[in-house]
Write a protein that binds this ligand. Structure first.
Ligand SMILES: Nc1ncnc2c1ncn2[C@@H]1O[C@H](COP(=O)(O)OP(=O)(O)OP(=O)(O)O)[C@@H](O)[C@H]1O
Length: 245
């Protein structure tokens, strides 16, 4: 049962101000084996939250724990267990996908003999094998997004943290990425993602959190959210809770 599973990610009173609060005393738990969708209007604090979880932005206060490891006390240990895919991933234009993945694997200290089959499997999975020998500078946005995802997965992290992973992907690419995420969770892994595509949250997430002004204003399964709000669809729940017309 997911509800009884230990926490993969635990945020306690996480806070970040940029002049005004972007993330405000945020408490959030994602259980092991869960796909958790974090929704919120523009500027709600989703990306700021994920960047703090990934260790790219220091919180003003509060705590991030990844599988019980305190990110501030043991950043290397916490980061080993997770992967972060930003919404505008950076690739190296002059590398080919295989070279890129081997380079990232090298940063994680993965031996070439282990990295090579993993890279091959990921490229295959994301339908990039036919582009394996092309420079990434010629890649479309969707191809770059998929390669960045492969790079995030190369060290076989248990926790995937994904900021808008499906934006800009065509239907086939979106399906590949969704299948990969579902597969990760079915294999015992954990995913937290942000999305503005409510259908993605409805179809993929075991639990959904809605954040506004840096605070969690609702959380639950799709059915729980619908019945709490007395609304028929997630879109109705979302617009009702975030006070949008
Ligand atoms: N580096 C920064 N400097 C100043 N303000 C920032 C910075 N990063 C984020 N903010 C502010 O923090 C707030 C939260 O932004 P954040 O990007 O986390 O929102 P979001 O929920 O991811 O929004 P979106 O859905 O539009 O991507 C916003 O008011 C934003 O302007």
């Amino acid at each position: 049962m997911i509800n009884d599973a230990p926490a993969a990610l635990q945020l306690t009173a996480l806070t970040k101000h940029f002049g005004r609060p972007a993330v405000d005393q945020l408490n959030l738990t994602v259980r092991r084996g869960e796909l958790y969708a974090l929704l919120g209007p523009n500027g709600a604090g989703k990306t700021t939250t994920l960047r703090m979880v990934a260790g790219l932005l220091a919180p003003d206060s509060g705590k991030v724990e990844v599988f019980g490891i305190d990110l501030a006390a043991n950043p290397a240990g916490a980061k080993q267990a997770m992967a972060y895919l930003p919404d505008d991933p950076m690739l190296y234009a002059k590398l080919k996908p295989t070279e890129y993945l081997e380079f990232i694997a090298g940063l994680w200290g993965i031996a070439a003999a282990d990295a090579e089959p993993r890279a091959r499997k990921l490229l295959d999975w994301l339908d990039l094998t036919k582009h394996a020998h092309e420079l990434t500078e010629g890649f479309s946005r969707g191809m770059k997004q998929k390669l960045a995802l492969a790079g995030a997965l190369i060290h076989e992290p248990q926790l995937l943290i994904l900021d808008e992973p499906l934006t800009g992907l065509d239907a086939a690419a979106a399906r590949q990425v969704k299948d990969l995420l579902v597969d990760h969770v079915n294999g015992g892994g954990t995913v937290i993602l942000t999305t503005h595509i409510l259908e993605v949250a409805e179809r993929l997430a075991q639990r959904i959190g809605i954040i506004e002004h840096g605070r969690l204003i609702a959380e639950g399964t799709l059915d729980e959210l619908r019945s709490q709000a007395g609304a028929a669809t997630l879109e109705d729940v979302f617009l009702q809770l975030t006070g949008q017309p």
